[in-house]
Design a protein around this ligand. Sequence first.
Ligand code: PMT
Length: 210
Amino acid sequence: MAKHFLITAGPTHEPLDPVRYLTNRSSGKMGYALAGAAAHEGHRVTLISGPCDLEVPEGVDYLPVETAAEMYEAVSRYIGKAQIAIFAAAVADYRPVNVPEQKIKKTGNTLTLELVKNPDILGSAREVFGYKGTLIGFAAETENVEDNARGKLQRKGCDFVVANDVSRQDIGFNASENEVSLVYANHTEALPKDDKYQLSLEIIKKSLEV
Ligand code: PMT
């Protein structure tokens, strides 16, 4: 039976001033592949995406956002309509406290930025938005991949977490392939390295079995 998926993708941009921002190396490929795979399987998809240079997959409802705060707001509005939510976005954990209206001038030899924590969107799904559907997070790790992913699963109330080792150049950020483990509360399933679309078909299948 067709389900309604909400998928987050891409990086966020956190403005420093009118011409600069803080971001990360996410291309959006993983989240867009998930959206395309779910749509291909006949599901309804709402894709909430940070700035990406990718074509939106056919048949997907697309909601572009720029900052973590905008992504939080969009997820809070749409998650209630979804039965399955997958958070593949690389959301900036912090944003600048002050964003001046004018470009920051080059003055001293050093510049100190003060940052404040962004809302944890995945962590708000159960506790703040009251979401009761299937919840799948990602974990981008550089060490202790499985343990860190299981910690995220428990803290954020996920059904499973898709864990990837982002210290590797051949997978993860901006690569066309990925190698992930699906981390559940009591077991872990490692999937072989594959292109992000094939892996997405598998992740969509597993999300329907929860
Ligand atoms: O976009 P690509 O170039 O294809 O790269 C894919 C990817 C490496 C970005 C993807 O596979 C991935 O790992 N996405 C999660 C990146 C991340 O920020 O992971 P995290 O371990 O920091 O966050 C854990 C989870 O919380 C994630 O589901 C994240 O979307 C979510 N989160 C994090 C912070 C925040 N403020 N709000 C969130 O919802």
